[in-house]
Write a protein that binds this ligand. Structure first.
Ligand code: ZN
Length: 235
């Protein structure tokens, strides 16, 4: 990075995790004169990968001021406890329902749902459910410093609106960076071959609500969608 270059706006990071093959995710850095906010933070054990990706984008990880997670799945908040431990001044944020799970005060609804249907599953599906449980159990609880909800407008990048996008999980949130006409979808929309799709029904807690949330995001006056799974889609 050139010395003194001003970094601002919503910057997607591409991070490749090795998890039974490569899993590519796109956390986002929201940068302005005062803030460096990381949106979602990857699988458990992945902090070094995030640190490297952030560094490569020209932002040393120690400059991160906050981490906000869109929901409590292990691929979105798996490193949060490690970040909080290594960088204690970072402000951690999540929606109310998700904060309880991330802090270890409540069991994930996803986990509860998976366990409740266990007897109806095939051998293969049961193995997958066991893997999901193991991933959740490998996640250390992390403290959430601030709870956000739909309609909140954060000062990041001149005004970033929190959009409630339930469905994939009940407390799921997305973000609309107004000045940049950019939506950070979390898992409310995923990108496949350059096209936007609603959250996968297979991993959605409530499919109908997930579809409505996807519609809500698509109705925003946005030019760019950054999907955690699939990357950037311009329209
Ligand atoms: Zn995800």
């Amino acid at each position: 990075m050139e010395a003194g270059r001003k970094i601002s706006g919503a910057i997607p990071l591409r991070v490749d995790f090795v998890r039974k093959g490569i899993k590519t995710i796109y956390p986002v850095l929201l940068c302005d004169g005062e803030h460096r906010i990381l949106v979602d933070c990857g699988y458990p054990g992945g902090l070094p990968l995030l640190e490297r990706a952030s560094e490569e984008a020209g932002i040393p990880f120690r400059e991160i001021t906050g981490v906000i997670v869109t929901h409590h799945d292990y691929d979105h908040c798996g490193t949060l406890a490690d970040i909080k431990e290594k960088y204690p001044r970072v402000t951690t944020m999540a929606s109310g329902p998700d904060a309880l799970v991330i802090e270890g005060k409540e069991k994930s609804v996803r986990l509860r749902q998976t366990q409740s249907v266990l007897i109806y599953l095939s051998e293969l599906e049961r193995r997958r459910a066991d893997e999901i449980r193991a991933e959740f159990e490998s996640m250390k609880p992390a403290r959430i410093d601030a709870v956000v909800e739909g309609g909140d407008v954060m000062p990041w990048c001149g005004g970033t609106e929190i959009i409630a996008t339930p469905g994939h999980l009940p407390g799921h949130i997305s973000m609309f960076v107004r000045n940049e006409k950019t939506v950070i979808t979390g898992d409310a929309l995923v990108a496949l071959l350059g096209r936007l799709h609603a959250a996968s029904p297979r991993y959605s807690f409530d499919i109908e609500t997930a579809r409505l949330s996807a519609k809500k995001l698509l109705s925003l006056d946005a030019d760019r969608f950054i999907c955690y799974h699939g990357g950037v889609v311009d329209r």
